[in-house]
Every structure is written in C-alpha cells, then in structure tokens.
Design a protein. Sequence first.
Length: 213
Amino acid sequence: MDFRIKGFQHCMCLILCTIYLVQCVSLYEFEKVGNFAYYIGEGDNASVIFYWFDARQECRSNGGQLVSVVSETQMNDLQKYIIDRRYANGSRFFTSGHSFHSPEPFKWDALQESVDYSKWLPGEGPKDSSFLSLQLIDSQLFMVTSLGFYEYYICEYETRQQKLCKILKTPDFYIPSVAIILAIILALKLILKNSKRKAKEDEQALVGSNDPS
Ligand SMILES: *[C@@H]1O[C@H](CO)[C@@H](O)[C@H](O)[C@H]1NC(C)=O
Ligand SMILES: *[C@@H]1O[C@H](CO)[C@@H](O)[C@H](O)[C@H]1NC(C)=O
C-alpha cells in the first residue's frame, strides 16, 4: 500500500516536472526594456501579414499580451527598442489597442482600460471598428489606426498580477459569478424553508402522538 502511494507520488512529480520544463522551453525570450519586457513577433514568409487575432493568440501562448502603451516613457523606450533593431522606415506593429467591442473610441484590450496616453500621427486619430498600431516614421514612433493586417506585432510580458487584475475587470467574470452567488442564496433559502417546515411538522406529529384523545 505504502509502496503504491510512493509510486503515485513519483509519477505525479515526474508529470509536473515535465509540464514545467516544457513550459520553460516553449516560453519566448522577452527582452527587458524600461519597466517592461517585450519581443517583436513576425509573420513567416508563407503569410507575411498577420491578422490581429492570430497575433494576440500567438502572444498569449508565449505568456504575454499584445503591448499596451500607457505612458510617454514607455512609448520612448519602445521607439528606441525598435530603432535599435533597425526596422525599416514605415514599419507597422500591432498593439492590443482596438475599438471593436467598446463604446469608447479605443481601449487596450490586454488591460481592459481606455487609451489615455496617445501620440497619434498627424491626421490620424480614433476611428470606429479599427485597431491601433504603431508606425515608425523618420525615426519616430506614432500611433496609427489600422484594419488589422500587418507583418509585425509587439508582445509584452504579462505578470500574474496583471492577469488577475484583468480577470477582475472583465464583465465575463462578474455576470456568471453573480448568477452563481444568487443561485447559492436561493438554494440556501429553500433548504432553510424546508428544514423549518419539517421541524414544524415533526413538532406537530409529536404533539399529535402525545395527545391522549
Ligand atoms: C523571406 O522573403 C524575402 C524576400 O521575399 C527573403 O529575402 C528572405 O530571406 C525570406 N526569409 C525567410 C526566412 O525565408
Ligand atoms: C518614411 O516613411 C514615411 C511614410 O511611409 C514617408 O512619408 C517618409 O518620407 C519616409 N522617410 C524617409 C527618410 O524615407
């Protein structure tokens, strides 16, 4: 018996270690840039253009999220990072910015927050049903609207804390939670009501059986 439990524990440990190793190996190399860590993803030659949702998925499967640019410092750090890597003038990069499911002109999909800091290319600005990309023009990085077909995307490392914060912010999290809580309250009420009624019936039955008449 003892031997079997030990065997089971060893087996579980092996499985967990393997999962952990595979995760480590498959994790992309993020580079620390300022307060964040990024990598720039590219489409292969078979499909030079990347669809936004594919880019988001690719990024997530590597433990990150498409980048959200929340400050001037971050924008400048990104600009330097992109220039240092000698991307061509005019190159465009996907971010997590989109306006498809939002009444706001734009929000960062990865953070579930509105776009507060902005540096639009002159003539560009919030538009309905478009994405927000970054474009390198004459060694400066600007925000531009896009329809979702570009060859590069910037993936930002997502910490556990960010993941948790995001879950707490989504309505998809609250609606089922509230429904479950209501269901539990209703069920408890029913159980209490039933047990009260049962107690009353028992009491009556007891009184009835004690009645000599
Ligand atoms: C992709 O195509 C370009 C030209 O179309 C070529 O110069 C480059 O080497 C190709 N890259 C890969 C990874 O095959
Ligand atoms: C860089 O690209 C922009 C837009 O594509 C263009 O207007 C500009 O002239 C380019 N600059 C240089 C130095 O090629």
